[in-house]
Each structure stands twice: as structure tokens, then as C-alpha cells.
Design a binder for this molecule. Structure first.
Ligand code: DGY
Length: 317
């Protein structure tokens, strides 16, 4: 097993790194003396049989092409839009992701963001810290989350977990999903614009692919309207970001709670001064408990691969 050379291009989880080092032959890009990535990859290409990426650093065609010995890409994420799946298929490279273990945390964050936006929790926190409560009196009135019409874009594992939570807040649920499976308690909309026009809070929870790129466009944002709230815990590229920024600046959209952005690790600076947005840095699955579980799945998949056993969570598309 020691001979499985595993490439990490960026440090992102200390436990994972430590275990990769202990169980395999970990090849860290940042360990080597300053050299270009291309030179580094050329020097280690023969030994690298596995790549571990995450939601932001995957394995694109260029990386895959530079690694002739690559056998498996194990992603520390459920979304694998940063992995060139066509290239992997062509080369017979196995791909694993980490479904299920992060569902609850991401769904918790979606509801947390919706409540934070509507109840203006970050702004209220700043109000207290700035001493304004004492100076100016009670904080402004906010908007209730309970009972709001919640629409979910993508009723997969995470979308369903958001629905379950929102139901506990007496929210009627509607959805748009590619899944044929009917959900009798939730209202299905074939059109995303209609979905947005008939809800108060729209939660983006689908996976990113060619069909869902910029699925939240100007038309959808305008259908959501000045009272509507957009929550994105999917991927930044689900939303036409310049359109979202204009709508928030011009108050054509009521508010947004964003965990993901099109060009991470950057969020659009124009949002920083706005009072109708809550911004967090792609932390949907970032709890101690979940990150440990994700790391164990990545390690388990690599071990299974090295021992020629069935993978624990092969990406199933
Ligand atoms: C993932 O794992 O793909 C998610 O982005 C976590 O938030």
C-alpha cells in the first residue's frame, strides 16, 4: 500500500494529510523547493497514481494529461465539477466522491443562511458590537422564516434534507429537479422561472453541470423579486453572478445568503457593503465531525483501490 503515490496540490485538511502520509506515499506540491507546477509534476509523474482534490481543486484535463500513471481521483467533496469526468472515462481513471456524510451540515447551513438573511442576524450582531443598541435603542424589525414558501432547485440528498428541515418550520415546499421521482408532499415546477415566481426563499442545491450552469439567471432573479431571498449552497456557477450583484445593489432581489461563488476563493467585492446579503466562505461541510468523515471516506476509497477491492463511494453520476 505504501507504494500508492498520492498527490496533494494544496493543504486543506490536517487529519487527511497526516493519514495520507502514514498510509501511502504522500506527494505534497508545497513541500518541494520553489519550482513550477509543471516541473514538479514532470519530476513526480511516474509515482503519482492517485490525486486527492476538493470542491475547489480537482483534476482538470491538463493535470490528468501530465500524469500518465494516474489511476484514481478521490475527491474530498460530494460535488466533482472540478474533475474532468470525460477525460477520466477515456483513460479508465476511477473517480470517488463523498456523498451522504455532509448532507446534514450543508442542509443546516442552508436553513441557517435563510434565517440569517431574513432575521438579519449578522447585522444585528454588528449593531450590538458597535454599541448602537445602547446609543440608538432597539434594532430594526426583521422578517419571519417560519411558514415562508421554500423552493428547492435540485431535490437530491441535500435538497431533500433542506426540505425536511424547512417542513419543521411549517414552510410549504416546491421544487424543480431532473429526478423523475415524485414527491407528493412537494409541488413540482417544470420551469425554474415559475418556481422562483411562486416562492419566498429559493435554495440552490443541485449539482453543477452543463444543464445547471447559470440556471439562476436574470429571469429567475427577477421572478424571485424584491421580497425574495436566494440561498446558494450548490456552486457559484449555478448563478449568473454579475446579474445577482446588480439585482442586490438595485434591490430588485430582497436578499441572498451565499456559501459559494463563481471564482472562489473570491466573493464579488461589490457585495461587501450591502446589507441584504450574508456571505460565508464555502463552509457547507466544514464541521469537525463531517470533515473527519469525509477524510475517512477518501482514505477508505484509496485503500480499497490499492487493495483492488470495491470502492466505498465510486462517483455514480
Ligand atoms: C461539496 O462537498 O461538494 C460541497 O461543496 C461542500 O460544501
Amino acid at each position: 500500500m505504501e507504494s500508492l503515490g498520492v498527490l496533494l496540490l494544496h493543504p486543506f485538511n490536517a487529519y487527511l494529510e497526516q493519514e495520507l502520509d502514514r498510509r501511502f506515499r504522500l506527494i505534497r506540491f508545497w513541500d518541494s523547493p520553489p519550482e513550477s507546477r509543471d516541473d514538479f509534476l514532470r519530476a513526480h509523474a511516474g509515482a503519482i497514481r492517485a490525486v486527492v482534490g476538493n470542491a475547489n481543486y480537482g483534476a482538470d484535463a491538463k493535470l490528468i494529461d501530465s500524469l500518465p500513471a494516474l489511476e484514481i481521483v478521490a475527491s474530498f467533496s460530494v460535488g466533482i465539477d472540478r474533475v474532468d469526468l470525460a477525460k477520466c472515462r477515456e483513460r479508465g481513471i476511477r473517480v470517488t466522491n463523498t456523498p451522504d456524510v455532509l448532507t446534514d451540515d450543508v442542509a443546516d447551513l442552508a436553513v441557517g443562511l435563510a434565517i440569517a438573511v431574513l432575521r438579519r442576524i449578522p447585522q444585528a450582531d454588528r449593531y450590538v458590537r458597535a454599541g448602537l443598541w445602547k446609543a440608538k435603542g432597539d434594532y430594526t424589525l426583521t422578517t419571519r422564516f417560519s411558514g415562508k414558501r421554500v423552493a428547492i432547485l435540485g431535490l437530491g440528498r441535500i435538497g431533500l434534507a433542506v426540505a425536511k428541515r424547512a417542513e419543521a418550520f411549517d414552510c410549504p415546499i416546491s421544487y424543480h429537479s431532473r429526478s423523475e421521482k415524485p414527491f407528493p408532499n412537494y409541488k413540482f415546477y417544470a420551469s425554474v422561472v415559475d418556481l422562483a415566481a411562486n416562492c419566498d426563499v429559493l435554495v440552490v442545491a443541485c449539482s453543477l453541470n452543463e444543464q445547471t450552469y447559470h440556471i439562476v439567471n436574470r429571469e429567475v432573479i427577477d421572478a424571485l423579486g424584491p421580497e425574495g431571498v436566494l440561498i446558494n449552497i450548490g456552486r457559484g456557477a449555478h448563478v449568473d453572478e454579475p446579474e445577482l450583484v446588480s439585482a442586490l445593489v438595485e434591490k430588485r432581489l430582497g436578499g441572498a445568503g451565499l456559501d459559494v461563488y463563481e471564482h472562489e476563493p473570491f466573493a464579488p467585492e461589490k457585495l461587501f457593503g450591502l446589507d441584504n446579503v450574508v456571505l460565508v466562505p464555502h463552509v457547507g461541510s466544514d464541521t469537525e465531525e463531517t470533515c473527519r468523515a469525509i477524510a475517512d471516506l477518501v482514505l477508505g476509497n484509496l485503500e480499497a483501490h490499492a487493495l483492488n477491492k470495491p470502492l466505498l463511494t465510486p462517483f455514480s453520476g
